[in-house]
Each structure stands twice: as structure tokens, then as C-alpha cells.
Design a protein around this ligand. Structure first.
Ligand SMILES: *Cc1c(COP(=O)(O)O)cnc(C)c1O
Length: 387
């Protein structure tokens, strides 16, 4: 008999009823150190006092009105995002997947507005852009697309890191290129800064739009507000989600005025997108995360965590191969099965997240304490020793 929950998830054998900072707590009181943060979502940890206050205050006033009317919190968050980034304009969604849908629509509308028959979008192998029709077509992997055809047409896949293949695929028929500055689901694989620069140049040569998917690597995760800032170049369109809501479902598409030229009244919409509850939390997250002091702390914490992880790799050369990633978006490339490492972590009451390429993701809350970072290394060491 089919379970009453559609069985699409492989779940770990725990369930949590409360959270405190970097800790998750089961009904029986067992505490787990959370280095997954709901897959890079809980940037300020669990039950953060500022976010709880922002949400409960808004909950007592107004939940939802729809986008038929003005939403003051939306104006505030859009202004914050525009002020802090390359973007001139923002649209709010409820998820990263919905951000992908709009990013693709916006890029195609841009060319249609110019009267050009240009819709092909280049994406990279190993990427992840969500589970919608556009998202799985963009990622293109057999794992995500099998059985779901016919797929949304108009995507060309280039092997990640293959400069020659990219060069060959680029032409004045390409509408846009979509890329994660650091592949998350793909196994914490950064695109080197000079390659992001090269990609920007390659797009400019043919006029193609550059779309960054910063759903996982954005919102302070790398020690900059957005990961691409390290490279010095900017995209035309950017997808944001996960961290921006700190645990409340929220996403956004940011764009330059030029890239957004086709998105006029009536061309796109969302019933829930940018509702007052989401905006209250999004603004509270940005107030804390989008500050130089907070981001500098992320980089400092990253240094300590990374050093600990390097030590772990040195101590367990049969289990781990290397550490990779940036800021608090780190990955352990494993020699044993990554799911065995994650399971051993459950025994040691430390939570990590598996990814492709036999990697384990370490994505703690961005405000993890130094004590919790040390404890994390101790527990990971214990987990590795058990393998
Ligand atoms: C998680 C993720 C998405 C999809 O976001 P959802 O909120 O799950 O819809 C898209 N792109 C990247 C890079 C992601 O990590």
C-alpha cells in the first residue's frame, strides 16, 4: 500500500520537534548538531530570536493579501536587495524552483521583446536548478528527467569545466547561460573566479544573458552577500532562495533593468510570492546578514571550520579525500560511500547532507558558535573513526 505521504523522499531515521541555534532536538530530548541547516536554509540557526519576533509580530497583524495590492514589506525588501546587489529590480517567489521558472521566462522574454528568435539556454552538467519542468530540463541529468518527458525544449548542456565545449556551444542563437557559482547538489564544486569572468566575457561577446543560480551559495554563505561578488563580475539575472527566508519559504529573482525589459504588467505573477509573512522574515534576515560585520564573521568561522575539516581529512585518509568549497559552504570529498559518512554522523549526533560526486556537505548556520564548530569537528571525527 502506498504510504499516506507520497514516497518521494529517502528520509533519515530521525524527526525533530524543536531547534535551538545550531541544534535540533528530538521528542525524547536527543540533541543533534546541525551542519546541514535545512540544506543551507537556516542561516541564523533555529528559533533565532530576531526572526521569531519578526514573524510573530507580522502574524498578529496581517498574513496575506495577494499581489492585487501593495505590500509594504515587499518594497522594503526589494529596496534592500537592489541597494546591496547589481540588480535594479526584484520579484518574490516561494522557492528556488519558482525563481528558476521566472529566470528562464525573463531571459526568453528579453529576446522576444527585441524581436529575435533566441530561446536556447546553456546549462552545465552536474547542476541543479529545482524540480519544475524548466528546472529539470535545465539540469538535464537522467536522474532528474527520467520518465518526465517530453522535457521543456531549448536547453543545451555543456560538461562542467569544459571551456572548449562551451566555446563551441556559444553563438548568437544563445539566449542565456545559467550557472551556479558553486554547485551545491553537484557536490560543492566552485566555478573558479577566472572562469566566471571568462563566462561573463563569452556571454557579452554574443549578447547572451548570464543567469546565476545563487539559491544555495547566496545570502552570506561564502562570506560575501552573494558568491559571485568574489569574482568581481555580475550576472544579468540571479535566482535567490533558501537562506533569504532563514527557514520561511521565500525566493527571489533579481535582475538588471535591461534584462527585465519584457516583464511588464500581466506577464508573470504569484498568489503567495512576497506575502507579508515572508517579507517580515526576509527583511529581518537581510538586516542581520547583509552587514560587513556579519559577513566578516562568516569568513572567520569558515577559517576555523575549514582548518578542523582539513585535520579530519589528515586523520582519516581512508575515509576522506579532500575539503572543498568556500565560506560555510564546504564539502568533504569521500573515499568511502558518502551516505555511510552521513549515517555515521547520525550515530554521533551530527547532521550533514550528502551530495553528488560522493561528497558530504557541511552547511552550518552562518552564526554557528566557536564552541559548536569545535564540537562539530569532534563529532565528525568520532563518526569517521567508526567507519
Ligand atoms: C535548492 C536549489 C534550487 C531549488 O530550490 P527549491 O526551493 O528547493 O525549489 C535551485 N537551485 C539551486 C542551486 C538549489 O540549491
Amino acid at each position: 500500500m502506498i504510504p499516506s505521504i507520497l514516497p518521494t523522499y529517502n528520509r533519515a531515521p530521525m524527526s525533530f520537534v524543536a531547534g535551538e541555534g545550531s541544534w535540533l532536538i528530538e521528542e525524547d530530548g536527543r540533541r543533534f548538531l546541525d551542519l546541514g541547516a535545512g540544506i543551507a536554509v537556516n542561516v541564523l540557526g533555529h528559533a533565532n530570536a530576531d526572526l521569531v519576533a519578526a514573524l510573530t509580530e507580522q502574524a498578529g497583524k496581517l498574513w496575506h493579501t495577494s499581489n492585487l495590492y501593495g505590500i509594504p514589506g515587499q518594497q522594503e525588501l526589494a529596496d534592500r536587495l537592489v541597494e546591496a546587489t547589481f540588480a535594479d529590480t526584484a520579484f518574490f517567489t516561494n522557492s528556488g524552483t519558482e525563481a528558476c521558472e521566472l529566470a528562464v521566462k525573463m531571459a526568453r522574454k528579453y529576446w522576444s521583446e527585441k524581436g529575435e528568435d533566441r530561446f536556447e539556454i546553456i546549462a552545465f552538467t552536474g547542476s541543479f536548478h529545482g524540480r519544475s519542468a524548466a528546472g529539470i530540463a535545465a539540469a538535464g541529468s537522467e536522474k532528474m528527467t527520467h520518465g518526465f518527458g517530453p522535457l521543456l525544449p531549448g536547453f543545451t548542456h555543456v560538461p562542467f569545466g569544459d571551456h572548449e565545449a562551451l566555446k563551441a556551444a556559444m553563438s548568437d542563437k544563445i539566449a542565456a547561460v545559467i550557472v551556479e557559482p558553486i554547485q551545491g547538489e553537484g557536490g560543492i564544486i566552485p566555478v573558479p573566479d577566472q572562469c566566471l569572468k571568462g563566462l561573463r566575457d563569452a556571454c557579452d561577446e554574443v549578447g547572451a544573458l548570464l543567469i546565476f543560480d545563487e539559491v544555495q551559495c547566496g545570502v552570506g554563505r561564502t562570506g560575501k552577500l552573494f558568491a559571485h561578488e568574489w569574482s568581481g563580475i555580475t550576472p544579468d539575472i540571479m535566482m535567490v532562495a533558501k537562506g533569504i527566508g532563514g527557514g520561511f519559504p521565500l525566493g527571489a529573482v533579481l535582475a538588471t533593468e535591461s534584462a527585465a525589459v519584457g516583464m511588464t504588467a500581466g506577464t508573470h505573477g504569484s498568489t503567495y510570492g512576497g506575502n507579508p509573512l515572508a517579507m517580515a522574515v526576509g527583511n529581518a534576515v537581510m538586516k542581520i546578514v547583509a552587514t560587513d560585520d556579519f559577513l566578516a564573521e562568516v569568513s572567520r568561522k569558515s577559517g576555523a571550520l575549514r582548518q578542523g575539516l582539513e585535520g579530519l581529512v589528515a586523520n582519516h585518509p581512508d575515509v576522506f579525500e579532500s575539503v572543498r568549497g568556500s565560506g560555510l559552504m564546504l564539502g568533504l570529498k569521500c573515499k568511502v560511500s558518502n551516505t555511510d559518512v552521513v549515517s555515521a554522523g547520525y550515530e554521533a549526533q551530527v547532521l550533514t547532507v550528502p551530495a553528488a560526486d560522493n561528497a558530504v556537505r557541511i552547511l552550518p548556520p552562518l552564526n554557528i558558535s566557536d564552541d559548536d564548530t569545535s564540537e562539530a569537528i569532534r563529532r565528525l571525527d568520532q563518526a569517521a573513526a567508526s567507519l
